[in-house]
Design a binder for this molecule. Structure first.
Ligand code: 13P
Length: 248
């Protein structure tokens, strides 16, 4: 399996001044024992990649179009993310699924586009609060996994992120038992479908991860890192999460 991954998703936050956080993070963690990824807004990707060059910090996109190029006003392609220095692209984030009506089929096409640019796809899944309360978590996540990951996925090309929608930006986190149940089920389904490649894929947890809860979350079996929103914006907070992953 690849090294564990601490991934930051800055969402629609950050401007030029935020790049100072990258320098602070690189200084505090010059040689981490886990991989570190920041996905800034597209406007910052190229500058962030330049600043991170020569450090252990990798950069990536938060979404991409499924096509390589063309008449798609406002969109960016995986090739453009690669050209800007990115190594990964998040696809299928619940905010894209909810705000832009992205379907599992869209996410398969985007993940294939990411692979086509020789980048790693971070494919997100997760249930809503109503789905959890209806006892549908495992079914929903299983359906998203089946529908959103293209055939041929491997641990080199694909990372899975389990992000319960109700835990994103709310300060609410599932119990460790609930996280363990979903991650074990994801691992079993990945292995059933992809064989040894499924055993190699990193499975990240995302949703209100902070320095104060990272140690216990990273202690859960089959949690191979985190996809972090709010707490990735400040080097000190994200550094605390990186340190917890290094201890795990
Ligand atoms: P928060 O860490 O802010 O809850 O966001 C999680 C997330 O959606 C990362 O993609």
């Amino acid at each position: 399996m690849a090294r564990k991954l601490a991934a930051g998703n800055w969402k629609m936050n950050g401007a030029a001044a935020s790049l100072a956080e990258i320098e602070a993070l690189a200084k505090a963690h010059p040689d981490p024992t886990c991989d570190v990824l920041i996905c800034p807004p597209a406007t910052l990707l190229s500058r962030l990649s330049d600043r991170a060059s020569g450090t252990a910090i990798q950069s990536g996109g938060q979404d991409c179009h499924a096509a390589v190029s063309g008449a798609h006003t406002g969109d960016i392609s995986a090739q453009m993310i690669a050209d800007a220095g990115g190594s990964h692209v998040i696809v299928g984030h619940s905010e894209r699924r909810a705000d832009h009506g992205e379907t599992d089929a869209d996410i398969v096409a985007k993940a294939q586009a990411v692979w086509g640019a020789d980048l790693v796809a971070v494919i997100c899944v997760g249930e809503t609060l109503a789905e959890r309360e209806a006892g549908q978590t495992i079914n929903i996540v299983a359906a998203q996994l089946a529908g959103s990951i293209p055939d041929g996925a491997t641990g080199d090309t694909t990372v899975i992120a389990y992000e319960p929608v109700w835990a994103i930006g709310t300060g609410k986190v599932p119990t460790l038992e609930e996280i363990a149940e979903v991650h074990a089920d994801i691992r079993a389904r990945l292995t059933a479908r992809f064989g040894p490649a499924g055993a190699d894929m990193l499975i990240l947890y995302g949703g209100s991860v902070k320095p104060s809860n990272a140690d216990e979350i990273f202690g859960v079996p089959d949690v191979d890192g985190a996809l972090v929103g709010g707490a990735s914006l400040k080097a000190e907070d994200f550094g605390g999460i990186i340190a917890a992953l290094e201890r795990a």
